[in-house]
Write a protein that binds this ligand. Structure first.
Ligand code: NAD
Ligand code: ZN
Length: 355
């Protein structure tokens, strides 16, 4: 089969790789029907996630069909259409027993496209299939469902729930990529008074407005001053970091009000300064986290009921073999206007050109 292989920082290609096979009785093999690219994949290609070994197939988000299951898989069968979660869960370890699947000690956690071959391929082996794929309602199209593999649970759990967004809050989201935009959309479920989104890319600021941000700013437009102006000088109740740079983390800690929350979502490749000389007196709660995907079943029900703006986040669709081009379009979002790019199996037979 073909897959998108990481060959070290800045080097990757769509190429022949061995077909995956069931190795453990708890494995399933999934034929990929829709797959997408995450900001985290861009971090991997920048060299920010050094544990990804050259030779690994990237990707940790997908929708597909089960084609084979190991002898111990109970809840899915060949022919089932499933969401492949970015998080794999053994279901038995101390962390899985607390629904902290991201920290699974039994060989799960974030492993796809990280520690083992991932979903940017024609097929993928999913360990612990019973707890790591979700059967999909027929009404939910592939390209909507694929956003629930990572970005919606990440924005909701690591941003909105960790940040403890409440009715009437001022919420600031730094970084309006797909994760930041999903944070805007899921923060709205809690009726905040206002949401401010910060991003250097005009197209992403526009998208934030469409998804419900009340105010937007570029990082060069003094977002901390804007936050202060909007809140009588207090600062934001909740600030969600969805970029992964030292300067954006530090900006978040300047935008938060005393007693507020900074919820870090971004994957960081280098140290950021924690300005305790300013923060010690502000009673600030800082959270970090890898997504657990404990919210995925809830989010799937909400998406099926039309309560999540999944369709608004997909701007480009490609046949899966155009993976390298899709990476260029996603990484060049400031120029291409890309939000989420979705790659589909056999799309070239359906569509003569890319959207
Ligand atoms: P993305 O790369 O598409 O989006 C990042 C956004 O940040 C872009 O819109 C970019 O214009 C913006 N940005 C760059 N510099 C900025 C600055 N100085 N100020 C404000 N915005 C700036 O990525 P994404 O897919 O939306 O993911 C966002 C982050 O979330 C990434 O770091 C990703 O690795 C991380 N992530 C974390 C988890 C987790 O479990 N914690 C899961 C998935 C993704
Ligand atoms: Zn576990």
């Amino acid at each position: 089969m073909k897959g998108y292989v990481f060959h070290g920082p800045g080097q990757s290609s769509w190429e022949d790789v061995p077909d995956p096979a069931v190795k453990e009785p708890t494995d399933a093999i999934v034929r990929i029907d829709a797959v997408t690219i995450c900001g985290t994949d861009l971090h991997i290609l920048k060299g920010d996630v050094p544990e990804v070994r050259p030779g690994t197939v990237l990707g940790h988000e997908a929708v597909g069909e089960i084609v084979e299951t190991g002898a111990d898989v109970r809840t899915v069968r060949p022919g089932d259409r499933v969401l492949v979660s970015c998080i794999t869960a053994c279901g038995r370890c101390a962390y899985c027993r607390r629904a902290m699947y991201g920290q699974c000690r039994g060989g799960g956690g974030w492993i796809l496209g990280h520690l083992i071959d991932g979903t940017q391929a024609e097929y993928v082996r999913v360990p612990y299939a019973d707890l790591s794929v979700h059967p999909l309602p027929a009404a939910l199209p592939d390209q909507d469902a694929v956003l629930l593999a990572d970005i919606f649970p990440t924005a909701y759990e690591v941003g909105v729930l960790n940040g403890q967004v409440r009715p009437g809050d001022t919420v600031a989201v730094v970084g309006a990529g797909p994760v930041g935009l999903a944070a805007v959309a899921t923060a709205r479920l809690f009726s905040p008074e206002r949401i401010l989104a910060v991003d250097p890319a005009a197209a992403r600021r526009d998208a934030a407005r469409r998804l419900g941000a009340h105010a937007v700013a570029a990082p060069a437009e003094a977002p901390e001053q804007l936050t202060a102006d909007l809140t009588d000088g207090l600062g934001a109740d909740v600030v969600i970091e969805a970029v992964g740079l030292p300067e954006t983390f530090e900006l978040c800690t300047r935008m938060v009000r005393p007693g507020g929350h900074v919820a870090n979502v971004g994957v960081h490749g280098s140290p950021a300064t924690l300005h305790l000389e300013d923060l010690w007196i502000k009673n600030v709660t800082l959270t970090t986290g890898l997504v657990d995907t404990h919210s995925t079943p809830t989010l799937l029900r909400m998406a099926s009921a039309g309560l999540l703006p999944t369709a608004d986040l997909v701007t480009h669709t490609f046949p899966v073999e155009h993976m390298a081009q899709a990476y260029e379009v996603f990484a060049g979002a400031a120029d291409t206007g890309a939000l989420k790019v979705v790659l589909k199996r056999h799309l070239h037979e359906q569509l003569p050109s890319t959207a």
